[in-house]
Design a protein around this ligand. Structure first.
Ligand SMILES: [Zn+2]
Length: 344
């Protein structure tokens, strides 16, 4: 993507969460009292939530139906927003594969704000996860924050306001979003996702009670991914294990993540097998746990094995757990852990 493009994510918005209402009312009040600023910093526990708030606010401002509190979804402004093609809106966010929002992106945004509003009202810039701006990028935004051109509006979002330079923070009015109550979170997520109650509960547990993150695609992918890992553990190490080959999810996972998820699974089996008549079974689980934990410890101390070879070796180890040769296999595993690029 070129730094010049005004990329806006296509798609419409979920229903406005009810825990946004307080902040939206404060926003409305600032308009009525004519002390509305031109730069706001919206902060929330989760970035996805603050990002959504800014998008809701921008869509409402770009809607030409001035009567309606929420964007109507139907007017020229809403249709353009929906198609990701509203010429008066620019969304600045970290580009794929980059770690930060760079100075070129901010410069391009500054040029965008200097142009005349196409719909004649105002130009809006969203800086999503503003704390990801490099110091130089943040610096180059200062002038615009101080003296914005025309009637432009800057909406910055963050889940880590402390990471922003004080010079940026002091030029913005602050809007802090509260955390959703468990009830609101469950109701909203169920309505937006259409998932059954158990899926909603699971999604909320995995996102620490943040329904917007749970609905957010990236988080959802992570969730499904983790589901795929869990399934592979059951298939490989469960009671009716059949040969499955190195599961795809194992090679895709970072070694740390794979081991971090695998260990509790093995621990559960250790506990289950811990009674005298399952003695042999218990020993093999504990041995497996010892090997995986040792490998994890080496990685934590700085070893960086490739995920493919690590997945293959751990798979081989897990496969042989029920085999009578397992004590030897596990001894070899520990002795040869260096082969994995995990020496020391
Ligand atoms: Zn509209």
């Amino acid at each position: 993507m070129s730094a010049e493009s005004t990329a806006v994510e296509p798609g419409w918005l979920p229903a406005t969460p009810d825990w946004f209402l307080d902040a939206l009312q404060r926003w409305d009040a600032s308009g009525r009292q004519s002390n509305r600023g031109h730069a706001y910093l919206v902060s929330s526990e989760e970035a996805a939530e603050a990002n959504l708030f800014n998008r809701v606010l921008a869509a409402a401002l770009l809607c030409s139906d001035a009567e309606s509190k929420e964007p109507c979804g139907d007017c020229k402004g809403c249709r353009a927003y929906r198609q990701g093609a509203h010429g008066d809106l620019m969304i600045l966010e970290r580009e794929e594969g980059k770690r930060a929002i760079g100075i070129e992106q901010v410069r391009s945004a500054t040029r965008f704000l200097q142009q005349t509003a196409l719909y004649g009202v105002r130009k809006i810039l969203l800086v999503q996860e503003a704390d990801l701006m490099t110091p130089a990028a943040a610096n180059s935004l200062l002038k615009t924050l101080e003296e914005p051109s025309g009637s432009s509006l800057l909406l910055l979002s963050t889940s880590a306001a402390w990471r922003l330079p004080p010079t940026v923070r002091s030029r913005c009015q602050a809007l802090r979003l509260p955390k959703a109550s468990p009830e609101s979170a469950a109701v909203w997520l169920a309505e937006q996702s259409g998932w059954p109650a158990n899926e909603v509960d699971k999604a909320l547990r995995m996102t620490d009670g943040n329904p917007v993150s749970a609905l957010d695609k990236a988080s959802r992918d992570a969730m499904y991914f983790s589901g795929a890992l869990e399934e592979s553990f059951s298939a490989l190490l469960g009671s009716a294990a059949t040969h499955i080959g190195v599961p795809e999810a194992w090679s895709r996972a970072e070694p740390e993540v794979l081991l971090e998820r695998l260990l509790p699974f093995i621990e559960t089996h250790c506990r289950r097998a811990d009674s005298h008549y399952l003695r042999h079974e218990g020993i093999s689980w504990m041995l497996l746990h010892h090997c995986v934990a040792e490998l994890q410890g080496r990685i934590k101390r700085g070893a960086t094995p490739g995920s493919d070879i690590l997945a293959a070796e751990v798979y081989r180890l897990c496969r042989s757990r029920e085999h009578e040769e397992f004590p030897r296999v596990s001894r070899d595993f520990l002795a040869n852990i260096g082969r994995l690029g995990v020496g020391g």
